[in-house]
Write a new protein. Structure first.
Length: 363
């Protein structure tokens, strides 16, 4: 197989793997393609809830034709048995594939090189590292959860040209147009959890579900509220049968009033002025969350930026101006020097309907 053909098939596997984003936590969203003689025999991606794995899906599609083929996988095939399914390394050995090309080694200590070793012991050629940079970006949440004990954090901000998210009276619907709002639903669907602060939950009464995207695993709705001073008749609470609701609070909050089916109460340490965002993210990771989509408000966004916890920023800018009396999209950052300002790197920029969308990454 030529290097260009290998690269094309791995790119195919990466695209497939992205279909699982937001749907497979706590597992990584993996893609797999089975190829022989230039013909794709099987395609797979990790299924909703984390099982079956991508390799199993692709091998089942390929059937007996997988013998002698090459499997392209975006992460080292797992080597550990599970109550929910077999080890993918064993499935590949049993299928008779001749070669496995994986984008990167799995850092999970249950696999961590053992999958590749098991394949090589069975006489299968193993090549690792093709498409690794792209795979690491796709698996960033899984890698951060294992390595740093926190999920990947994407911050979404929607503001006017002068950086305002609402008028002085609090009116904010709608800053951006329908195309931008539809894109936000697509972004929610690619994350395990949607996060807001208590102020946003009180002011906007948001639903935070994915709508208009078909039958998807809904993200967990997470609200950070130190005192749990949230309305008991909120849209979030009325919809716990549609999507789970996790309330992250500090010590001393009246948690008893919120105990009911569909609501998970999580106590974490409080920092100056509110919940410690790092402690909150660690608590989410401990429960399996790998990717978080934060939708504000301004104080929560600022606290995440101050702590260096924003991995990616999605900024929607509307062609309107509100003025200095409007509400700023970011709360205080406490900066004295420009050199201390958080710096992000522009990845892409394009029009979405009548608004401007830009995506930024942590340097």
């Amino acid at each position: 197989m030529s290097a260009s053909a290998d690269a094309a098939h791995m790119a195919h596997a990466l695209v497939l793997g992205r279909r699982g984003m937001g749907q497979v936590w706590p597992n990584p969203a993996v893609g797999c393609v089975i190829v022989r003689g230039g013909r794709v025999l099987g395609r797979g991606w990790t299924q909703r809830g984390g099982r079956p794995h991508a390799e199993q899906m692709a091998l089942e599609q390929a059937g007996a034709a997988a013998r002698g083929a090459t499997a392209y996988v975006t992460l080292e095939p797992c080597a550990h048995l599970s109550a929910r399914g077999p080890a993918c390394a064993d499935l590949l050995v049993a299928s008779g594939v001749a070669r496995v090309v994986s984008a990167m080694q799995d850092p999970d200590p249950r696999t961590a090189g053992q999958g590749h070793a098991r394949l090589r012991a069975a006489g299968i050629t193993v090549d690792c590292g093709l498409g690794e940079a792209e795979a690491r970006q796709d698996h960033a949440g899984f890698l951060l959860r294992l390595g740093a004990g926190r999920p990947f954090v994407a911050l979404k901000l929607a503001a006017t040209l002068d950086g305002r998210i609402a008028t002085a009276s609090g009116e904010s619907r709608w800053i951006t147009g329908p195309a931008a709002r539809a894109m936000v639903h697509a972004l929610r669907a690619r994350h395990d959890a949607v996060l807001v602060g208590g102020g946003t939950a009180r002011a906007d009464d948001p639903l935070l579900t994915v709508r208009g995207m078909g039958d998807l695993r809904q993200p967990v709705r997470v609200v950070l509220s130190r005192r749990l001073d949230l309305p008991q008749d909120s849209a979030l609470l009325r919809s716990v049968d549609v999507a789970p609701l996790w309330l992250v609070h500090g010590a001393g909050a009246d948690a008893a009033a919120w105990r009911r089916d569909g609501v998970d109460l999580i106590e974490v340490a409080a920092g100056h002025g509110g919940i410690d965002p790092g402690a909150a993210l660690q608590a989410l990771a401990a429960r399996g969350i790998t990717r978080v989509f934060c939708e504000g408000g301004g104080h929560l966004a600022a606290s995440l930026l101050r702590a260096g916890l924003v991995d990616e920023l999605h900024l929607f800018t509307a062609g309107a101006a509100i003025g200095a009396e409007g509400r700023a999209m970011l709360g205080p950052l406490g900066l004295e020097r420009l050199a201390d300002a958080p710096r992000l790197e522009l990845v892409e920029q394009r029009a979405v309907g009548g608004d401007l969308y830009s995506r930024w990454r942590q340097r």
